[in-house]
Design a protein around this ligand. Structure first.
Ligand code: ADP
Ligand code: MG
Length: 604
């Protein structure tokens, strides 16, 4: 006898449920979509124990007709499609007829529903493994679905759920993403009796975002509205410096279906180009609308993945849309790198190579007086404060360097006999502060700055809760963070190094980066990373202009660090260009070349 057999129906539905129902948040997502498909404009969600114990979703949609009640829990039962052609033109969120059946096969489900056409409503009780029981009841028009004891019959799956806090945060993200896209629909989310999200129907887009993300972000929003190549991008982006320390506030949707796609993130990030520093990410909520036939929502059972058939085009239009919102044109300057135009040998500096660069200066013939243009145009450089030779010199690496100035407010330029040393001002200062704070933490003597006026940050409810949970750890590096009620937290002390520069925006970004660490780092590396991000946020910025004294301070402090050649994230903090490489690149071959030049120009 053969070994292959067709699985029993209940086993099949259990297996397929696994594809749709991963955790409580996937149930919430499916049920919200059903409510939206039913035309609801108010969706009320209440969860207990992260949704593992109960999820209750009520809507004011069409309700379910009596005759449909026994069927709607069966697999492949749907009111949304009936022919093959319908699938290609699908405009509803659901159509597979799988969600309710899947949920009912992994949890107990109770549905109370009332339509406009029928006088009495229905109560459906579905217990795992039993035929659903339908009786009469009544309620205002709409549907309430209660899901209890998820995976109670499948301990192996239940074991894989996260704790209630994490599961409820996932649910919050699902509701926030949906609510951000649909300001006309009201959403409420309660967790164990506490209201986390409360957005009335018919809000304007920026009021909606203010309800979800806090007023500070809402104030910085710029409207995006751009169409090209039959693709329309609408929504908004926050103007820098308002930004986050991770991608958690980059919201994208296609035809009002939330999606995440790294290529779209990169498109938006590239539109911001250099206005955000490394480690900062845009805040945006953008909806892309395009012909339905160019989108395949059918790729993934949970519809988490929507395949865009022409993603390159779409990414380009998204980038244009964001640039247009900022009033920028697309004629990005071709930046020619020094490397390619001069073929100069540029290398990250190492201990030995730097030593060569640091010989004390000896008097040099001023070759540029002979009419040869200097390599680095002086106009690029900040004039040194004192103007005197002595004032612009700094001891570094056992030698003396002349401070030439700053380039593009990014790099410090130092000259020695051997050539040019280019120091990344942010990386260098970050290294200084990292080592300083690390030592303070190790010796338990972090210098703390009390704020006269605490910063009050308004965060998402989830972020507020998480950062308060980390308060104990954060205190040991100088932050005093307490809950200020609702979504707000108060920060009353800061590590002193940060106190010099902190602003509300800065702190918001820092909080994001800390939360990002908190979720993925083991406790022992958490502290080190905390010190790194704090140093990063306290350091002088790329883009900040520095005078000669400030440059000297950074270089002098840098000279005392243990690992001066790298920033604390491992990037090189300086590079050198040898004079002989520059000479070779411009064809200056030494004394012979000089005398040839002189005789050609009749110079003595
Ligand atoms: P699908 O959404 O793919 O059609 P579901 O299993 O999610 O499949 O739902 C099955 C059917 O139950 C839907 O087609 C719809 O007719 C009905 N239904 C489910 N939820 C609701 C609701 N909240 N309001 C009205 N009808 C609903
Ligand atoms: Mg559905």
């Amino acid at each position: 006898m053969g070994k292959v057999k067709v699985l029993a129906e209940d086993l099949v539905s259990l297996i397929s449920a696994g594809e749709v129902i991963e955790n409580p948040s996937s149930i919430v997502k499916e049920l919200i979509e059903n409510s939206l498909d039913a035309g609801a404009d108010m969706i009320d969600i209440a969860i207990n124990e992260g949704g593992i114990r109960t999820i209750i979703i009520s809507d004011n949609g069409s309700g379910i007709l009596r005759d449909d009640c026994p069927i709607c829990l069966q697999r492949h039962s749907t009111s949304k499609i009936s022919t093959k052609q319908d699938i290609d033109e699908i405009a509803t969120y659901g159509f597979r007829g799988e969600a309710l059946a899947s949920i009912a096969s992994v949890a107990d489900v109770r549905i109370i529903t009332q339509t406009e056409e029928e006088e009495t409503g229905s109560l459906i009780i579905a217990r795992y493994g039993e035929t659903p029981d339908v009786t009469e009841t009544s309620r205002p028009q709409g549907t309430t679905i209660e899901v209890t004891d998820l995976f109670k019959n499948i301990p192996a799956r239940r074991k894989h759920l996260s704790n209630a806090r994490v599961e409820s945060q996932r649910i919050q993200e699902v509701v926030m993403k949906q609510a951000a896209i649909l300001p006309e629909i009201g959403f409420r989310l309660q967790r164990d009796g506490n209201t986390l999200i409360d957005c009335p129907p018919n809000q304007g887009a920026s009021d909606r975002i203010a309800s979800l993300w806090g007023i500070d972000i809402a104030k910085s929003l710029v409207i995006v509205d751009h169409s090209s190549r039959k693709i329309k991008v609408t929504g908004f982006v926050a103007t820098p410096p308002v930004s986050r320390g991770n991608r958690s506030r980059e919201y994208f949707s296609i035809l009002k279906r939330p999606i995440s796609d790294e290529r779209l993130s990169r498109a938006v990030e590239s539109a911001y180009s250099t206005t955000l520093m490394k480690g900062q990410y845009p805040i945006c909520a953008l909806d892309i609308s395009m012909e339905l036939s160019k989108v395949d929502v059918n790729v993934h059972p949970t519809k988490r993945e929507v395949r865009i058939l022409d993603i390159d085009n779409v990414s380009d239009v998204v980038k244009e849309a964001v640039q247009k919102a900022f009033g920028k044109s697309d004629d990005v300057l071709e930046t020619v790198t020094l490397q390619s135009s001069l073929d100069v040998n540029i290398e990250p500096a190492s201990v030995e190579s730097i030593a060569e660069l640091s010989h004390t200066r000896s008097p040099q013939p001023h070759e540029d007086q002979m009419g040869v243009a200097p390599l680095v145009e002086q106009t690029l450089l900040e004039p040194s404060a004192e103007g005197s030779e002595e004032g612009s010199e700094v001891d570094f690496l056992g030698g003396v360097f002349k401070i030439l100035g700053q380039m593009h407010n990014l790099y410090i330029l130092l000259e020695s006999e051997e050539g040019l040393l280019i120091v990344d001002q942010h990386a260098a200062h970050e290294r200084v502060l990292y080592e300083q704070l690390r030592t303070e933490v190790n010796q338990d003597r972090v210098a703390v700055q009390e704020l006269l006026q605490p910063f009050i940050l308004s965060l998402s409810p989830k972020d507020a809760e998480q950062i308060v949970e980390l308060a104990g750890t954060l205190e040991s590096i100088g932050f005093t963070i307490t809950s200020f009620g609702g979504n707000e937290v108060s920060i009353s002390t800061l590590p002193e190094i940060l106190g010099r520069t902190a602003s509300e925006n800065e702190l918001l970004t820092l909080v994001d980066r800390i939360l990002d660490l908190g979720s993925k780092e083991a406790a022992n590396t958490f502290m080190d990373n905390l010190v790194k991000v704090t140093a990063c946020h306290s350091a002088v910025r790329a883009g900040q202009s520095l005078n000669t004294d400030e440059i000297r301070d950074i270089i002098v402090e840098l000279s005392t660090t243990k690992s001066k050649f790298n920033c604390c994230h491992g990037r090189p903090s300086m590079i050198r260009i040898r004079k002989e490489d520059i000479d070779r690149s411009v064809g200056r071959m030494g004394p012979d070349a000089i005398s040839r030049y002189k005789s050609r120009h009749g110079l003595k």
